[in-house]
Design a protein around this ligand. Sequence first.
Ligand SMILES: O=C(O)CCC(=O)C(=O)O
Length: 292
Amino acid sequence: MSNSLASLKQRYEEQGYLVVPNLFPADFVARLRETTQRFEAQAQRDELTDPLFDLIRDGEGISQLRRITSPETVHPVYDEAMRFEPLVDIVAELLGGTVRFDHGKLNFKPPSGGAALEWHQDWAFYPHTNDDMLAIGLMIEDCTLENGPLMVIPGSHRGPVYDHNQNGAFVGAVRAHDLGDELGKAVTLTAPAGSVSIHHVRTLHASMANRSTTNRPLCLFSYAAVDAFPIFHRYEWAEFNARILRGEETNQPRLVANPVRVSEPTPRSPDGYQSRSIFHVQENMEEGALYN
Ligand SMILES: O=C(O)CCC(=O)C(=O)O
């Protein structure tokens, strides 16, 4: 299959997702893996106290990393990955020429049961004035059928934005029965470490539990066209523009008539803390879950 930029774009526009095998060279993957394993070890020794590190306790009471929020601010190797030119070239092609980095997260799935995620659309979390926006999943380890890879529903980026609310609050997940026949079309994104998955911001996706004996770190970076502005969320202007990787600053958002829902009301946990992490938000799902 051709991986020219034009053919990638054509497949992406049709399907709403892509897998680009082995985009990152082996020495880069080795550095990513080494840094990531160091954080995993520090978590187990309870050395990570910054709230950017989301920790859970396993069955033996040992801390495991579930997520690093904004990994590009935590270690330079992740920042370098987010700016990796061959990656940004592809992203620029898919977004129409301009690129603003939006946000990053490094999701883990610890062995034996690590966190399944229910079907959802990123668009329901962060709608913008136009949908030239996508997320890439950088596979720091191989993504296999056993270790909870991403699954997507091809073509769903052109469909509706599904209801992600329950009991009057945003739960960041779609009820399985609302998806109907769409579920039968799901595709699993498996590939070796160093490969990248790409999904459109409206593409329905989920991932199953990790049934393997090793961790599954997946670094997700989200990028938008420079003229896609967030709806119902405000950034500080200089910081917003400092994240432009391709193209020029503009104060003229491009408006496209897409279906939109905002991710409100945010569910409030008993201690009053409002977390936007998908792991926390989906814990509020009470009905229609497939995997949890
Ligand atoms: O980590 C995963 O497997 C999926 C993550 C995801 O879908 C998300 O954070 O939006």
